[in-house]
Design a protein around this ligand. Structure first.
Ligand SMILES: *Cc1c(COP(=O)(O)O)cnc(C)c1O
Length: 403
């Protein structure tokens, strides 16, 4: 066998270990090097021991010892880490969240197929799917995702894929994964769930019956705002199909980024636990503040789907959305007044950031599309970091009162 060391370490990645332990050790089987911190392997080609092994690796796109576009050792370590956290057979990582979502769409949707997605999907995902529909002869129906019945009503005989996101960006609407999985299984189509906002700490879509879970690893998995990547996980059969089209489309994850992601995931459980606690604290603070019109947070009992959140999620996550009574002007003024909390897009990092989706992340959508996605002009999206909650609260208080 090629990899005796990897084989002997395979037991380390078993789901029997606690989640926290798997964050640290879930990729160990892919790091047979003996280094506690795995080396970065930059080589794009590998010496083939003999022609037979060369031919075998050439026929196996999952090999990490053949050619760089198929993936590096570091990318494989990250993939096995995520497979371990999601309790999936396998994972496939790519150069961005969009790259892996695009690869999934290209893998499973063919000319004439129908796909159902939600209005409040990540804006660029919506644009990607619309583009596929226009160029690729694929039909897309967008639905309101909070009611499973809307998906049922949209089903057609040629529906091949249901793509959804929970909690949704930026509305924090939830999808009942189990109900949707029952529906999609009965209809014979695939359910893909973007679980970026929850991270594997707070939600496991595969355990509720989803076929594929997707993450923008740029967010919580990397966690330090310094790596762009995406990853999906699911059964060996589905991942083999994704990997096959991946190896030809080429959205490869570079070794250094994969290394940064593995480093990030080792503290995922600690970071997200702190973010859950901070976000709940600040959501309560905002809800009680006179200048605030509405707060959306899955961990607040005022969330319209609070019961579903309690059932499906282990924590409310680090994302809070709120709107101010003063609308857009007040929202922009708050962004300007903050000192500690940074005005920035993206999310899931250790630093708290605040975004105005209407002008910053969802500006590519038309006003009508924004309205359908539930984004009003006064909405703010708060990515709560791992700072001490009292410091964040003080910054928000001075920002809100200073207007
Ligand atoms: C950021 C994000 C994406 C896209 O990921 P990239 O890494 O930016 O390509 C997809 N879905 C959600 C929910 C996101 O937050």
């Amino acid at each position: 066998m090629d990899e005796p060391a990897a084989k002997s370490a395979a037991h380390l990645a078993t789901p029997a270990m606690a989640f926290n332990t798997r964050c640290v050790h879930g990729g160990d089987a892919r790091n047979p090097s003996g280094h506690v911190s795995p080396p970065i392997c930059l080589s794009t080609a590998f010496v083939l021991p003999d022609p037979e092994i060369g031919a075998r690796r050439a026929a196996d796109v999952s090999s990490d010892e053949f050619y760089g576009r198929w993936g590096s050792r570091n990318a494989r370590e990250f993939e096995s880490l995520i497979a371990s956290l999601e309790e999936a057979d396998e994972a496939v990582a790519a150069a961005s969240g969009l790259a892996i979502i695009g690869t999934i769409a290209q893998t499973f949707l063919r000319h004439g197929d129908h796909c159902i997605a939600s209005y409040d999907s990540y804006a660029e995902v919506r644009i990607l799917l619309q583009d596929l529909a226009e160029r690729g002869g694929i039909e897309i129906t967008f639905v309101r995702s909070t009611d499973t019945q809307n998906f049922a009503n949209a089903l057609r005989p040629n529906t091949r894929l249901i793509f959804t996101e929970t909690p949704a960006n930026p509305t924090l609407n939830l999808v009942d994964i189990q109900a949707l999985a029952n529906l999609s299984r009965a209809a014979g189509c695939l359910l893909v769930v973007d679980s970026t906002f929850a991270s594997p700490v707070n939600q496991q879509p595969l355990a509720w019956g989803a076929d594929i879970v997707v993450h923008s690893a740029t967010k919580y998995l990397g966690g330090h705002s310094d790596a762009v990547a995406g990853v999906c996980a699911g059964s060996a059969a589905l991942m083999a199909q994704v990997r096959h089209s991946f190896s030809f489309h080429g959205p490869h994850l570079d070794p250094f980024t994969a290394w940064l992601l593995c480093r990030g995931v080792r503290t995922l459980h600690l970071r997200v636990r702190q973010q859950n606690a901070n976000a709940l604290h600040l959501a309560r603070f905002l809800e009680a503040h006179a200048a605030v019109a509405q707060v959306m947070y899955p961990g607040l009992s005022s969330h319209p789907q609070y019961r579903l959140a309690q059932q499906q999620m282990r924590g409310g996550g680090g994302m809070v959305c709120f709107s101010l009574k003063g609308g857009r002007d007040a929202a922009l003024a708050l962004l300007d007044n903050l000192r500690l909390i940074k005005m920035a897009v993206s999310l899931g990092g250790v630093s708290s950031t605040l975004t105005h989706p209407g002008s910053m992340t969802h500006n590519l959508l038309s006003p009508a599309e924004r309205a359908l996605a539930g984004i009003d002009e006064g909405l703010l999206r708060f990515s709560v970091g791992i700072e001490e909650a009292v410091d964040l609260e003080r910054d928000l208080a001075q920002g809100l009162n200073g207007r």
